[in-house]
Design a protein around this ligand. Structure first.
Ligand SMILES: [Zn+2]
Length: 234
């Protein structure tokens, strides 16, 4: 079992972000990104909480949104209980056939939504990526949810979410592979933070040699460390 710490920040029941209805089944996960550069997980949860302040009778269009979990580099923040639905992948257009096959005709009723925070440069930090994978593994192990993971785009077709994974689809593949590895073998052999520290030493060594063979060997070793810690090779 992967030990993870989840910060409970359950929002009040309200029509816009937590209607209190139970999930009809737990069939898998839908991965999102927050689109707000630099905003931490706690802020996203607060945003969902504040949606209750909307006035349904004013002329401003109402926004319905929410997700069970928000993940950043440091924290996993839960906004909505595991057995309740969230408005994370609603669509006015028909859902994609693969999504209907996996999740039924209204995926909000059968999936856990996970928001991944992005950095100021728009990227998903490796620590966020790892935390999200740990969360999915934890929920598979503790909530008896099948290992079925979709992107938001893979459910609705029209929304480029999570954008960094739409731009580079191999990242979504790496995520699913990492979840599978964590389920099969527990934690990766090496903590990515430790691996990156050692890689920094290797980079320093690379800088002081002009020997091509030595440089190639250093590159190879760095990639071995990346592989051992579940990171993409370079
Ligand atoms: Zn999304």
């Amino acid at each position: 079992m992967i030990p993870i710490k989840i910060i409970q920040d359950i929002i009040d029941i309200n029509q816009f972000s937590r209607d209190g209805k139970k999930l009809k089944a737990k069939k898998g996960f839908v991965m999102h990104y927050t689109a707000t550069k630099g905003a931490p997980a706690q802020n996203i949860s607060q945003y969902f909480r504040n949606l209750k302040l909307q006035d349904p009778n004013d002329k401003v269009a109402d926004r319905y949104a929410g997700a069970q979990y928000n993940v950043d580099r440091f924290k996993i923040v839960q906004s909505i209980p595991n057995d309740e639905r969230a408005y994370h992948c609603g669509s006015s257009q028909p859902y994609l056939p693969d999504a209907i096959k996996a999740f039924g005709t209204y995926p909000n009723d059968t999936t856990i939504g996970i928001e991944m925070c992005i950095e100021l440069d728009g990227s998903i930090h490796e620590d966020t990526f790892q935390n999200a994978a740990d969360l999915v593994v934890h929920l598979i192990q503790t909530e008896n949810i099948p290992n079925t993971i979709f992107t938001h785009k893979g459910v609705v077709g029209w929304k480029d979410c999570p954008l960094p994974w739409i731009k580079k689809t191999s990242e979504f593949e790496r995520f699913k592979k990492l979840v599978k590895e964590k389920l099969e073998g527990g934690k990766p052999k090496m903590d990515p933070k430790d691996a990156n520290k050692v890689i920094e030493f290797l980079k320093a060594a690379y800088g002081v040699t002009t020997d091509k063979e030595a440089q190639a060997e250093i590159k190879r070793l760095a990639n071995e460390l990346r592989k051992a810690s579940g990171q993409p090779i370079q």
